[in-house]
Design a binder for this molecule. Sequence first.
Ligand code: NAD
Length: 289
Amino acid sequence: MTAKIINGVAVSAEIRKDLKVRVEALAAQRVVPGLAVIVVGNNPASAVYVRNKIKACADVGIHSFRYDFPTDADPRAVLDLISELNDREDVHGILVQLPLPPQFAISEILRTISADKDVDGFHLYNVGGLVVGNTVFPPCTPYGVVKMLEHEGVALEGKNVVVVGASNIVGKPMALMLMQHDATVCICHAKTRDLAQFTILADILVVAAGKPNLIVPQMIKTGAVVIDVGINRLPDGKLVGDVDFAGVSEKASLITPVPGGVGPMTVTMLLYNTVASAERRNAAASLRQ
Ligand code: NAD
């Protein structure tokens, strides 16, 4: 078997095309979706991610507002800015690029972002929403994975899904979203003993560990759907995921590449959440009139 490659760039392009139409509909009502992006310090990877997000906003007609702080910034100044942005009519989404320098308490920063502008979906309110199955802003990376699976017509109900990685931003919300779709979900992490005994059972395997070549062909079931969230830079500069792509492609039915798989979907779902936020706010304002 040779797996079909899920092209994240193409799936993203379809979703962004639809978003443009929704942005035009908002523009007809004099609403421009706005995303505020707060960057602290000069982490090179963050710089690339932020540049991509801002460019993607412009491509679909979302207005972005970028705020830069030095590495030694006082967290109070960032919290004050967030409070100001929470009150602004032209800002529908607020994103604080992670990681933050050590003087910041990330939980305090995330808690300060208004839950109805939390387009990254990291506020406790939205995390709680995920648990009970009605989150306002699903976190972008796992949301992108669900959209990709939907796009490929992969049914989730009753499927064995194994998620490798249990972080708050990818693994845990991923597992919750898949449970919400009635999959049978198993979560593995760095302390899991004999990872292969779990991965081999997966109809759908989602890997987000940040370890190149963690998943090799003998660890997967023939015909499995393999979603590689990992992004790793090898010493020679090459970008790879967590899955042995060449080997696993021979055994899987569907697989995502790195780059060009989940990565573009993450940015697209940020745009999606921002447009949805602007629509919700606009609908609420219309009701009040
Ligand atoms: P993290 O370091 O916060 O969490 C990694 C998780 O993987 C942990 O739960 C850890 O226990 C688990 N893990 C580590 N080694 C393991 C092993 N050998 N076996 C099983 N589990 C193991 O990382 P994160 O923020 O969740 O990101 C994970 C990966 O996904 C990274 O490579 C990151 O760059 C990538 N990522 C990609 C996107 C995207 O848009 N494609 C978005 C976010 C993160």
